[in-house]
Design a protein around this ligand. Structure first.
Ligand code: 4NP
Length: 154
């Protein structure tokens, strides 16, 4: 199994959206038995919570399931457990680097999947309120990531 972990700050807005969208694309490609996806936050404030209403609304509108998804905090173990760690912004990367095992682990920046986009970080909709923008970036970036995984690992 190839494993992907999306990481943001709270694990209620961006990374759960990416988890749900990526899982949906994996299912559409018939790759459920090959790739697993999870998400986590560097912060601990929302542990155990369902995705934010803004994320749920967007996913509902695209008929993408987020059933059973609950926020959790990222930990050192995740550097061992996951093949791909994908962080939503620079502060997420910096926070991951501070964890034991994070100094020299490979961490992808989500927006590096979309080199033609002007934005270099996925904006935090918890503060901007713009969940549509985040969905657009995540949908496009997950297509690129899935292509990349299929080329690199399948
Ligand atoms: P996320 O958004 O990192 O995309 O889940 C946030 C959610 C909560 C907070 C910050 C960002 N917060 O400060 O509680």
């Amino acid at each position: 199994m190839i494993s992907v972990l999306f990481v943001c700050l709270g694990n209620i807005c961006r990374s759960p959206m990416a988890e749900a969208v990526m899982r949906h694309k994996i299912a559409q490609q018939g790759l459920n038995e090959k790739i697993t996806v999870d998400s986590a936050g560097t912060g601990d404030w929302h542990i155990g919570k369902a995705p934010h209403e803004g994320t749920r609304k967007l996913l509902d509108s695209w008929r993408i399931s987020y059933e059973g998804m609950l926020a959790r905090q990222v930990g050192s173990r995740d550097f061992v457990d996951f093949d791909y760690m994908v962080a939503m912004d620079d502060s997420n990367v910096a926070n991951l680097r501070k964890l034991p095992g994070g100094e020299d682990s490979e961490i992808l920046k989500f927006m590096d999947l979309l080199p033609d986009e002007k934005l270099r970080e996925v904006p935090d909709p918890y503060f901007t309120g713009n969940f549509e923008e985040v969905y657009r970036l995540i949908d496009a970036g997950c297509d690129v990531l899935l292509d990349r995984i299929m080329k690199e690992k399948l």
